[in-house]
Structure formats: structure tokens, C-alpha cells
Design a protein around this ligand. Structure first.
Ligand code: ADP
Length: 163
């Protein structure tokens, strides 16, 4: 059983995240989407909302049985060990992601040599996409249909219309 964790804030999940997940599921038997509580990033959605949105988006996914969604707060390699995962999946969009990601991957390897970080590149059409920019576009009244699934779009519009 090859298991990997796919950590992130997922505030909210985008087509970029899904692209990476769809690639990763072909390489591993099970993927645990690990949703970081991450108060430092002041997420727009609560942890429960972020997990529910992922759950809804994966509703009809072919490989749903091989994907789990869990919340997490703490040292990532400890979580990976606890779940008997051997890999950490990370998406690489641009060179700008690289420096931070390399540092994290090397630190995690120092902490847990048996766990490898696997970098995956999304389809070119998602290389400019991140949750922050999607939230910004939604806030400014832009159409986010090409960036997030319909359920996420609805949740975003509802959230930003709240006082
Ligand atoms: P962000 O980096 O936008 O705050 P997350 O922390 O939720 O998003 O990201 C979780 C993981 O998903 C990271 O490895 C990140 O690089 C990856 N990811 C996010 N958006 C994309 C995208 N558009 N293409 C590829 N990977 C992505």
C-alpha cells in the first residue's frame, strides 16, 4: 500500500489542486488530502468548510475511495509517519515556488529520511492559479468559473457577500 499525503491550506480548493491530485492518484494507492488549520494565513473558510468543500468537489470522483480528507495542525512529517505515508505531494507552479519548497523538502527529509517529497507540475493552464488570487478576483467581482468548481464558486460568492 503506497500512501501519500497532499498538504495545503486549500482555502478554497481550486482546479490547480485537483490537477495535482489527479496526477498523484495515478502514482499512489491512497492520497490523504491534509488540510492545514493554518491560522497564520487567516483563511477565509474555516477548517470544516474547507474540508466540506473538498468532500463536495470529490463527490463523483472516479477515485474517491482512494482519497481521504483530514485536518491537521503540527509537524507534517509526524502526521505522515502517523498515517504510514511514504511521500508528501507538493505542486510546483513556477520558479518562484521552488526556493521555499526546496527548503521545506530538505528540512522534512532531515527530520524524516524515510519520507520523500514528490513535486508535481500542473497543466500549464493552472500555473498562474492559487487560492489567494481566486479570492481576490471573486472579491472584485470577476468570474472565477474557470478556476474553481461550481460548488466552490457558490461558497465563495456567499462568503464574500457576508458582512
Ligand atoms: P497556496 O499555495 O495557493 O496557498 P495551498 O497551500 O493550498 O495553496 O497549496 C497546497 C499545495 O497545492 C501546494 O503544494 C501548492 O503548490 C499546490 N498548488 C496550489 N495551487 C496549485 C496550482 N495551480 N498548480 C499546482 N499546484 C498547486
Amino acid at each position: 500500500m503506497k500512501r501519500a499525503i497532499y498538504p495545503g491550506t486549500f482555502d478554497p480548493i481550486t482546479y490547480g489542486h485537483l490537477d495535482i491530485l489527479n496526477r498523484a492518484i495515478k502514482l499512489f494507492d491512497e492520497i490523504i488530502i491534509t488540510v492545514a488549520i493554518n491560522p497564520a494565513k487567516s483563511p477565509l473558510f474555516t477548517l470544516t468548510e474547507r474540508k466540506e468543500l473538498i468532500e463536495q468537489v470529490l463527490g463523483n470522483h472516479q477515485e474517491k475511495k482512494r482519497v481521504r480528507i483530514e485536518g491537521f495542525d503540527g509537524l507534517l512529517v509526524n502526521f505522515a509517519r502517523q498515517k504510514k505515508a511514504t511521500a508528501i505531494i507538493r505542486g510546483l507552479r513556477a520558479v518562484s515556488d521552488f526556493e521555499y519548497e526546496l527548503q521545506m523538502a530538505l528540512m522534512n527529509r532531515r527530520l524524516a529520511d524515510e519520507i520523500s517529497t514528490v513535486f508535481m507540475m500542473p497543466h500549464e493552464k493552472y500555473t498562474y492559479l492559487n487560492s489567494t488570487i481566486v479570492k481576490e478576483v471573486a472579491r472584485l467581482g470577476g468570474d472565477v468559473s474557470n478556476f474553481v468548481p461550481p460548488t466552490v464558486k457558490r461558497a465563495l460568492l456567499k462568503k464574500i457577500s457576508q458582512p
